[in-house]
Design a binder for this molecule. Sequence first.
Ligand SMILES: [Fe+2]
Length: 436
Amino acid sequence: VNTGRHALSQRFLRVRALTTSLCEGLRPEDYRSQPEPEVSPPWWSLGHTSWFFARNLLQPAGRYRGEWQRFEYPLNSYYEGLGPRLPRHRRGAVTRPGTEEMLAYRGEVDDGVLDFLLKASEPEFQRLQPVLEIGIQHEQQHQELFLTEILAIRGADPEQLRAPYREAGRDPAARTAQPLRWTPCKGGLVAIGHRGAGFAWDNEQPEHRVFLADFEFGNRLVTCGDWLAFLADGGYRQPLLWLSNGWNQVQEQRIAAPRYWQQRSGSWSEWTLLGERPIDPAAPVCHVSFYEATAFAQWCSAQGGELRGARLPTEAEWEHAARSHGFDAARGNLLDDPPAWERLVPQAAEGRGDGIVQLAGDVWEWTTSHYEAFPGYRPFDGALTEYNGKFMDNQRVLRGGSLATPRDHVRASYRNFWPAWTRFQFSGVRLCRDLT
Ligand SMILES: [Fe+2]
């Protein structure tokens, strides 16, 4: 076996093992719960990530086992080209396949992939290696989803009984964030999108040029302390700050704070992967929708002074700022293997330097950009043509990665996307403004 295949098999096994290690400490009930349609239960994540390799790699390689056929219906997520599927909202309503069955299936699929890596002819390996790479990257995406899902699952339990996902560290000491400062960014004809070696999704390509006016970029993420001021000023009760659909959501769902915040005898706390913790005013605000982010920016702008003109960045502004001011995945608060449990909450900007900080990790940053194809976009071939392109409709782009994104999975050009109303992801806010 050549060294390329050996390294790939090591990485495959590491990524697969991280998924199962994230499940340590779960109770049988945790694996089956789907408190809302967007939150898939863990049994499904374990199975679906395996199904992805079975169907897209092992089947074309002639290594698909007939008895896996029974998992096709429950484990297909959204691939119209790969047959009928269990509706997403029913994943928490079925007792079969069982969780143990999914763990056994994982083992069988792992064996199949390793056997492929060991024995496939060189032409076959060359043909299918891109699919294996996509399968690994796909699994990493589901590791982040798993953490957002277990947060929602445990958060849906009765408050008196809620159990943290992990116990780690003490509650943060109350701190105050440094004031928001603006960093000038030179516009012009700039390049965005992925180019060169290394993996990138089809939707990050090709690299292309866009024109940007000069702008100013917020040096840090918007904090919980900033958000407390927005709350204190009645931000959630001022319709003129909100986009129409956002105001409707706030009214219909009676939203009055970020998704996991609650107020108890006058002070705010937040449900996190580490349990319920007092709000840390210096830490980035998390679990806000695009609508909340835009309303907050509007409110900031209305404050005048240094904040006049505050708005969210476009994705091109975000990527240009990240490229020209140092996107540093090595230093961001991202998911490690093994994970540093105490960092499964957003971290304050303190001590991270004078430039633009927190670009990588902590929280995904909403941009105003609609999720669309870049000029010259070419979707993946075959069944995976459905991976990204068909979702380029009614969603907004987020950039930068979060505390739940595997560290070796994110780039400056990485495009995440969610509907504007989404609040269960690790999503936060970066401000920007025109340079005047
Ligand atoms: Fe998936």
